[in-house]
Design a protein around this ligand. Structure first.
Ligand code: SF4
Length: 389
């Protein structure tokens, strides 16, 4: 039997369809037309299997969901009716107390009818992947939308009465300079959304961009990226946005509740091919193959997940350090201690002396300087973990 203290989970649903495949993307998605009914049948079956799993392992305790996040792929390719049926099915098997229901959208597929439909069935947050307002950036990223599509989609979000929405940018693309980044920031401030994400363009192995650019000198140099990220942070902070996570900024009260659950290493359930679930010390991942996913669920009547890892306390502590240092509120040291681990005091004082972190008895967080060296600080702290005496 699994042990979970908190029975309220985040729920993630993966939509593995896109119009075309962007050359930098390593999310599991296929450039095919979605078959809504077929995909719905598979998700229904997956929901029933998880409901049985919880019944067997947790009864009489009940599992409930507190946030819903639909990501992809391109969730805005699916109709509002698809999500209406899906939410009905989830509510039939689980208690749902959704405080936040987010749908990721791409500008070219977010029509006014769809935006209104999503709002009508309960979605209260849209995360819109505009990437950049610079035509040369959209061309480089080979996106399926243009600048006008982005403006139209934002207008649709506002007309459909979404008070909470995020504009999601990518920075660090080839050809982007300080001037074009500042133009993107100006646009963001004119639109004044409650939430903004700025993700650094990363070259993931097995993507066309990785093959093409990974060996090129002067592409995405670290000092250049640090310069751009400083401009992003300074501009948004001085305009009233809280830098609450390395890549995320929000007005007060508009932080993404679902994603905060990931960063705090709270339990969540993921549905759809490639989706990951985290329950106590277990991590599951569904097969990253739509056909195999369909076969497992619809023909063999079996779960499509593999148990990826059974984490011990040390691994959970390492994950909490990695994730916690992404957030402005930092790592909760008391949680590490409750799991039987602590970071050597001399390591903490060394990093503080180097102005990379700050800490007190309860929490540990990155300084401004440290926020540009997240991975290096994490590695150092991992090397100085010890069992509590
Ligand atoms: S639209 Fe998004 S999920 Fe689809 S290929 Fe492009 S980056 Fe990946």
């Amino acid at each position: 039997m699994l042990i979970l203290k908190d029975m309220q989970l985040g729920l993630y649903i993966h939509i593995p369809f896109c119009k075309s495949k962007c050359p930098y993307c390593d999310f599991y998605s296929l450039p095919i037309e979605p078959k809504e009914d077929l995909y719905l049948q598979a998700l229904y079956r997956e929901i029933e299997i998880w409901a049985d799993f919880f019944e067997k392992n947790y009864s009489p305790l009940k599992i409930s969901f507190k946030t819903l996040y639909v990501g992809g792929g391109t969730p805005s390719l699916m109709s509002p009716l698809f999500y209406e049926k899906l939410i009905q099915k989830i509510s039939k098997h689980f208690d749902c107390f959704f405080e936040e229901l987010t749908l990721e959208a791409n500008p070219e597929s977010l029509t006014l009818d769809k935006a209104k439909g999503y709002r009508a069935i309960g979605f209260n947050r849209i995360s819109l992947g505009i990437q950049t307002f610079q035509p040369k950036g959209l061309k480089f990223l080979k996106r399926g939308h243009n600048v006008e599509d982005s403006f139209k989609a934002i207008e649709n979000i506002v007309k459909a009465n979404f008070e909470n929405f995020s504009l999601d940018y990518i920075y660090g693309w080839f050809g982007q300079g300080v001037k074009s980044l500042k133009k993107d920031l100006e646009r963001a401030l004119e639109i004044n959304p409650p939430h903004l994400s700025f993700y650094e363009l990363t070259l993931y192995p097995k993507t066309p961009f990785y093959e093409k650019y990974t060996l090129k000198a002067n592409f995405l140099r670290d000092d250049r990226l640090i310069q751009l990220s400083k401009i992003i942070r300074d501009t948004l902070q001085s305009s009233g946005y809280r830098h609450y996570e390395i890549s995320n900024f929000s007005k007060k009260g508009f932080e993404c509740k679902h994603n905060l659950g990931y960063w705090k290493v709270e339990p969540y359930l993921g549905l759809g091919p490639g989706a990951v679930s985290r329950l106590g010390n277990l991590r599951f991942q569904n097969i990253e193959d739509l056909e195999v996913y369909y076969q497992a669920l619809l023909k063999k009547n079996k779960p499509a997940y593999l148990i990826l890892e059974n984490l011990d306390n040390k691994e959970i502590v390492k994950e909490k350090i990695f994730m916690g240092l992404r957030m402005s509120e930092g790592v909760n040291l008391l949680e590490l201690s409750a799991l039987g681990y602590e970071i050597k005091r001399e390591a903490l004082f060394y990093l503080k002396k180097e102005k990379l972190i700050d800490f007190d008895e309860e929490s540990l967080f990155l300084s401004e300087k440290g926020s540009f060296l997240h991975n290096q600080v994490v590695k150092f702290l991992w090397e100085h973990l010890e069992r509590k005496k």
